[in-house]
Design a binder for this molecule. Structure first.
Ligand SMILES: Nc1ncnc2c1ncn2[C@@H]1O[C@H](COP(=O)(O)OP(=O)(O)OP(=O)(O)O)[C@@H](O)[C@H]1O
Length: 186
């Protein structure tokens, strides 16, 4: 059983300070603002209940991505959200001076890794671990990343390069079922 979180004991503390239960009530009382917490490290006190309530509030507000420090938590919306995956949004993350300062999104992760492999100072190979239970959206997320790289890696100026990017994107996406057969993305 949980007894102490963030230095607070679950019962009233000896100095008459607030108990964890009071902290919990205070935090959950400001429920109207819960969806604005875009990083789970800002949740305080950190308990299963507060984290889930925060994610639940964001889900209800159609905010499907939340940071957890340097990890990204993606919720499956189970409905089409086209504006969340538009090429215009991809370019916004690609052009941002600091993509991590924009709203949490899989494109921010994609852009950061893209910049790391392109770095002129010290290019570093990159891996993105996509994990979750069955139906969580791992395949969707991997496809999003592939689309993102296909779009941002194409020169925006020439029509020919745009067509080449589309062909590459289609080939990459078509290769997905074959890759999955060898390495299940769990
Ligand atoms: N961000 C999203 N927006 C819209 N639909 C989504 C999103 N993420 C997942 N889905 C939908 O949810 C369903 C399950 O997603 P997906 O196949 O990616 O899960 P998975 O984690 O790869 O599952 P499994 O491990 O069983 O292969 C799919 O129909 C997919 O289209």
């Amino acid at each position: 059983m949980l007894q102490q979180v963030n230095g607070h004991r679950s019962g009233s503390d000896a100095q008459g300070g607030k108990s964890l239960r009071e902290d919990l009530q205070e935090f959950l009382g400001g429920e109207a603002l819960l969806h604005e917490l875009d990083d789970l490290t800002k949740v305080n006190p950190v308990t299963l209940e507060t984290v889930l309530r925060c994610l639940q509030a964001r889900y209800a507000a159609d905010m499907f991505y939340t940071s957890a420090g340097c990890t990204l938590v993606a919720l499956n919306p189970f409905k089409p959200v086209p504006q969340l995956y538009s090429p215009a949004l991809m370019r916004e993350y690609h052009a941002a001076p600091q993509p991590q300062k924009l709203r949490p999104h899989i494109f921010a992760v994609g852009e950061q890794t893209y910049r790391n492999v392109q770095s002129l100072i010290e290019p570093v190979n990159q891996s993105i671990i996509v994990s979750g239970e069955s139906g969580a959206g791992k395949t969707w997320t991997s496809r999003c990343l592939m689309k993102f790289y296909a779009v941002v890696a194409a020169s925006p100026t020439s029509l020919e390069s745009h067509k080449i990017a589309e062909r590459i994107e289609q080939r990459i996406l078509n290769s997905n079922p074959v890759m999955e057969a060898f390495v299940p993305s769990r």
